[in-house]
Design a protein around this ligand. Structure first.
Ligand code: C2E
Ligand code: CA
Ligand code: CA
Ligand code: CA
Length: 280
């Protein structure tokens, strides 16, 4: 892989490995170009209060429409970017873009809304991460109270001490933190107490087939109750049907996200959806 070996070490690979290695190198080059030419975009997916139907936040999700290859999903290029270190640049771009967008919406007169940004484990583990976030907020004029960072539980478990330091620094700056994909990783409830987090996002794998599998409903219920005893708000991901929303309502889930309300959409579509064309 790109950073582990010197470039010449590919001479020792088998032809098949050589092709894989070349594919990664090609993709690395494409990601670099995309950063340089500003080819990435951010789409936004609303988060809704389960009980009132009010939109309480947005999750920013990166999009890449490649001129020749067409749409390349983040599940394809984010892991590669993590592998070759470019995730740091992508991550900075994403945070800056989301902050800029937030400020643009305020300038247009829209009611301020919290924006959640995904942070990769690699970014979180950099010693200067919290500082980077502070600099970006300063540069963009972003109010930290409206920035939320989503991190996966595994990313914190890998390097707990340093990560908690970073999380505390972010929290002190006024940034909110959420645990993403909850239930898919180590799933230790112990850290809910230790970590300075505000939100818990229940992974869509539990939510999607909750109607078919009653055990999932029990799991979700337990997660919500436990999160609440720790003072956390719960976001259910991947809500696609009314029946699922009804169930979440019964279980006292706080917020949801999913195709049922809206897919992730570009900023202009979001403006139409949330604000009409009129500033509030
Ligand atoms: P995630 O953070 O768990 O994001 C949720 C994913 O579920 C998104 O896929 C979203 O489009 C999709 N989704 C939302 N509602 C529904 C639904 O009702 N049904 C279904 N089937 N899917 C739904 P997306 O945008 O393809 O992103 C995939 C993953 O890529 C994300 O998972 C996240 O881990 C990563 N990712 C996306 N954007 C970024 C980014 O800016 N930075 C980093 N580091 N990772 C990102
Ligand atoms: Ca997420
Ligand atoms: Ca998630
Ligand atoms: Ca995920």
């Amino acid at each position: 892989y790109c950073k582990v070996n010197g470039r010449n070490s590919r001479l020792f690979y088998t032809p098949k490995m050589n092709k894989m290695y070349n594919d990664i190198l090609l993709m690395e080059g494409e990601i670099r170009k995309a950063l340089y030419h500003n080819d990435f975009e951010l789409y936004y997916q609303p988060q809704i209060n389960v009980h009132t139907g009010e939109v309480i936040g947005l999750e920013a999700l990166i999009r890449w429409y490649h001129k020749e290859k067409g749409y390349i999903p983040p599940s394809e290029f984010i892991p590669l970017a993590e592998e070759c270190g470019l995730i740091t640049q992508i991550g900075e771009w994403v945070i800056r873009k989301a902050c800029n967008q937030h400020v643009i919406w305020i300038e247009k007169g829209f009611k301020p809304i919290r924006i959640a940004v995904n942070v990769s484990a690699i970014e979180l583990q950099r010693f200067d991460f919290a500082n980077k976030v502070a600099v970006i907020m300063e540069e963009t004029n972003m109010d930290p109270a409206y920035l939320e960072l989503e991190i996966t539980e595994n990313s914190v478990m890998r390097n707990t001490e340093d990560c908690i330091k970073t999380m505390n620094a972010l929290r002190d700056m006024g940034v909110s933190l959420s645990i993403d994909d909850f239930g898919t990783g180590y799933s230790s409830f112990g850290y809910l107490r230790k970590f300075p987090i505000n939100f818990l996002k229940i992974d869509q794998s539990f939510v999607k087939n909750v109607l078919a599998e009653s055990s999932n409903a029990e799991i979700i219920k337990a997660m919500i109750q436990l999160a609440h005893t720790f003072g956390l708000k719960v976001v259910a991901e991947g809500v696609e049907e009314q029946e699922v929303l009804d169930l979440l309502q019964k279980q006292q889930c706080d917020y949801y996200q999913g195709y049922f309300f809206s897919k992730p959409i570009p900023p202009d579509k979001l403006e139409q959806l949330l604000f009409g064309s009129q500033p509030v």
